[in-house]
Every structure is written in structure tokens, then in C-alpha cells.
Design a protein around this ligand. Structure first.
Ligand SMILES: *Cc1c(COP(=O)(O)O)cnc(C)c1O
Length: 236
């Protein structure tokens, strides 16, 4: 068996074990395979292991992959998630090609994705990316802006708000990881009092997956543990 398939089995086992250990429902955490910078062959190998949901960070690379797989694996039923930062002048290809967007952090981007979503496609499933306190990353909206953004998104017919996403600071101690994830989970609880259908907390990556599951993640975004280290080459 190829190592990508073994890695998917291992990561899946780890998710199931962590769900069990934390008293979570079995299969309540979905695995999103983050394939950014990886070739189509790596995605094909993951598909053969039964993986259906893939995350991409870069618009052009992601769109090329979506087109390639819709042409060559048209019955594979892949779900494509855009998880990278979005410039407002690059919203159209995202709206026209992806099923999910995890990284909405401002009204302008939400509005444009709505306006550019083709009528022939189902609504785009979206998450608000939140910059929980203490994060070094520049992306994500402030907690104080989340409700205003949710209000706008819930009024847009071509977007369906499903929940929240965050990328906490990369720290190795478990207690700090857990605190950052719990902060996002609490915010989602508050939002759930006001909006229906919020079933998704996208949090946890290769290095902090277990803390994310303990805090209530429903979707972990795993790249390195599945596909190996990334080589960014000449990319910035
Ligand atoms: C790259 C990336 C991941 C995957 O990170 P790994 O540490 O390789 O698992 C997850 N989420 C986002 C937003 C990413 O950019």
C-alpha cells in the first residue's frame, strides 16, 4: 500500500481514538485532506484510500486541480474546500469552482462570493475565519466582527453559513492549544443561539489535532501527516 494511504488510515485511527477518549460521538470529526502544493497523483492516491474532501490554499493551483479531477475523475464525487486567504479580486474563480470556503473574513469577500456564485451550482458552504486572541496570523476577522459578518452572510442567498474556522498560533503545549480552540468553540455556541444550521468547527492541523478534537472540532484540516512535508519551491 502506498504511504499516503497508510497515512490516511493512521490519521483516521488517531481521530477515532481521540473522539473516543474525549467522549465525542464516533465519526463526529471529519477529515479534510489539505493537498496544497501536492501533485494530482497524491490526490489520486488519497482518493483510492476513500478520501473525498480536499482543502486547497492557492486560487490558481486549486482551480487547476478542481478542473483536472472533474475531467478525469468525474464520478469521484470530490468535495473541494478553499481554505487559504482570499484577495477580493480573486473571488470569482473560488465562487465558480469550490464547494466550501473556510476563510471568509470580511464583508466584501462574502458579498462578492455570493454575487459570483453561478446560479447552476448549489449555495457555497462557508465558514467565518476568526482571529482568536493572541494569534500572530493577520488573517481572520476579530471576534467583535463575527456577528456582523454572520448577519450579512445569512442574508445572502448563494452562501450557506456553516460555522467557524481558526488557525491558532503554532504552539506545542497542549494546554495552550486547547485554550485557543475552546475560545472558538465558545464563540460558535453563542452564534448558534442566533443562527440555525451551524454544524461546523474547522480547527486542528497535523500538530494540534487532538486538542482541537477535545475542544469540539468537527473538521480537522490535515496536510503534512497525510502527504508529508511541503516543498514551497519558488513560492513566497
Ligand atoms: C496548510 C494548512 C493546513 C494543513 O497544515 P498541516 O500542518 O500540514 O497539517 C491546514 N489549514 C490551513 C488553513 C492550512 O493553510
Amino acid at each position: 500500500m502506498c504511504s499516503i494511504q497508510q497515512n490516511i488510515e493512521q490519521v483516521t485511527t488517531q481521530i477515532r481514538n481521540t473522539e473516543h477518549k474525549c467522549g465525542r460521538e464516533p465519526n463526529s470529526v471529519q477529515l479534510l485532506a489539505v493537498s496544497k502544493t501536492k501533485p494530482n497523483e497524491a490526490i489520486s492516491a488519497a482518493l483510492e484510500a476513500g478520501q473525498k474532501a480536499f482543502g486547497e490554499n492557492y486560487v490558481q493551483e486549486g482551480v487547476e486541480k478542481v478542473r483536472y479531477f472533474s475531467e478525469h475523475y468525474s464520478d469521484a464525487d470530490i468535495e473541494w474546500h478553499f481554505i487559504g486567504p482570499i484577495q477580493s479580486n480573486k473571488t470569482r474563480p473560488v465562487a465558480e469552482n469550490f464547494d466550501w470556503v473556510h476563510s471568509i473574513d470580511r464583508k466584501k469577500v462574502a458579498q462578492r462570493l455570493n454575487d459570483q456564485r453561478p446560479e447552476s451550482m448549489p449555495p457555497l458552504q462557508v465558514l467565518i475565519q476568526v482571529n482568536t486572541s493572541g494569534e500572530v496570523s493577520k488573517s481572520g476577522t476579530d471576534e467583535s466582527e463575527v456577528f456582523a459578518l454572520a448577519e450579512l452572510i445569512s442574508s445572502l442567498p448563494n452562501l450557506t453559513l456553516r460555522g467557524l474556522m481558526s488557525i491558532p498560533a503554532n504552539v506545542s503545549d497542549y494546554a495552550s492549544q486547547l485554550r485557543a480552540f475552546q475560545q472558538l468553540a465558545e464563540l460558535k455556541e453563542k452564534l448558534t443561539e442566533k443562527y440555525d444550521g451551524l454544524d461546523t468547527l474547522s480547527m486542528g492541523m497535523s500538530g494540534d489535532m487532538e486538542a482541537a478534537v477535545e475542544a469540539g472540532s468537527t473538521m480537522v484540516r490535515i496536510g503534512t501527516a497525510i502527504f508529508g512535508a511541503r516543498d514551497y519551491g519558488t513560492r513566497d
